[in-house]
Design a protein around this ligand. Structure first.
Ligand code: FES
Length: 246
């Protein structure tokens, strides 16, 4: 496949950025999107040019490091991580636009790399438990209802990639925060901080400059782990329940 990729190039956080077009050749349909960027970078390095900076780590869809806006969609045309998107999703001769996550709370560091430490601070506000854990307990010693266990696990699959924020017209982090709140608040080990967790994580989310939720649902449509919209409903309920008690 022969393609043209138009990529956001920005040398540093304060430098102006612009889209720059590059031809890319010898791309096979089996390559991942990141491998296509590797091919581009090899050619840029050989030509003595600055390679494109982009984030990645596991390349297996589990770490949440990768993430770019491809043709206007977070992670591109398929509901998966950028590293799990393959070039067979594109046609020979396509022109592909690649941009960093666009959000005030995710400032661009360089090219396609953004600073997602705002997510870390939301987690630090309440995305933990203080119950002693130790070795794995006997499975039946703390009983968890099947529906709660399933929902907690479903929410625990959030990898914090930030696609929900990038896709949301408000730059809201509600789906991310709701996944963490729901995951921990449903489990017995999460009960000691159940109330402070939701209040503190929502406050941290607002302080970081993430927008509010207006139920557009773009977050759910772009989430590679398919975190359900119900998680946001659940977080709102937890929040109101806690507010009413205090
Ligand atoms: S590089 Fe880890 S999820 Fe894509």
């Amino acid at each position: 496949m022969k393609l043209t990729v138009r990529i956001w190039r920005q040398a540093s956080p304060d430098a102006p950025g612009k889209m720059v077009g590059y031809p890319v050749d010898n791309i096979t349909p089996e390559m991942s999107f990141l491998e296509m960027l590797d091919v581009l970078n090899e050619s840029l390095v050989l030509a003595g040019e600055e390679p494109v900076a982009f984030d990645h780590d596991c390349r297996e869809g589990i770490c949440g490091m990768c993430g770019v806006v491809i043709n206007g969609r977070a992670h591109g045309p398929e509901q998966t991580t950028t590293c799990q998107l393959h070039m067979r999703a594109f046609q020979d001769g396509d022109v592909i636009d690649v941009e960093p996550w666009r959000s005030r709370a995710f400032p661009v560091i360089k090219d396609l790399v953004v600073d997602r430490s705002s997510f870390d601070r939301v987690i630090q506000a309440g995305g933990y438990i203080t119950a002693p854990t130790g070795a794995a307990p006997e499975a039946h010693s703390t009983r968890v209802a099947k529906l709660d266990a399933d929902a907690a696990f479903e929410n625990a699959t959030c990898i914090g990639c930030g696609a929900c924020v990038a896709a949301c017209p408000n730059g809201s982090a509600m789906l991310f925060t709701a996944a963490k709140v729901t995951h921990l608040n449903l489990l017995p080990q999460g009960q000691p901080e159940r109330e402070s967790r939701v209040l503190d994580m929502v406050a941290a989310m607002d302080a970081e400059g993430f927008g509010g939720c207006t139920n557009s649902g773009e977050c759910v449509a772009s989430c590679p782990k398919e975190i359900p919209f119900f998680s946001i409903t659940n977080m709102n309920r937890e929040y109101l329940r806690t507010l009413r008690k205090h």
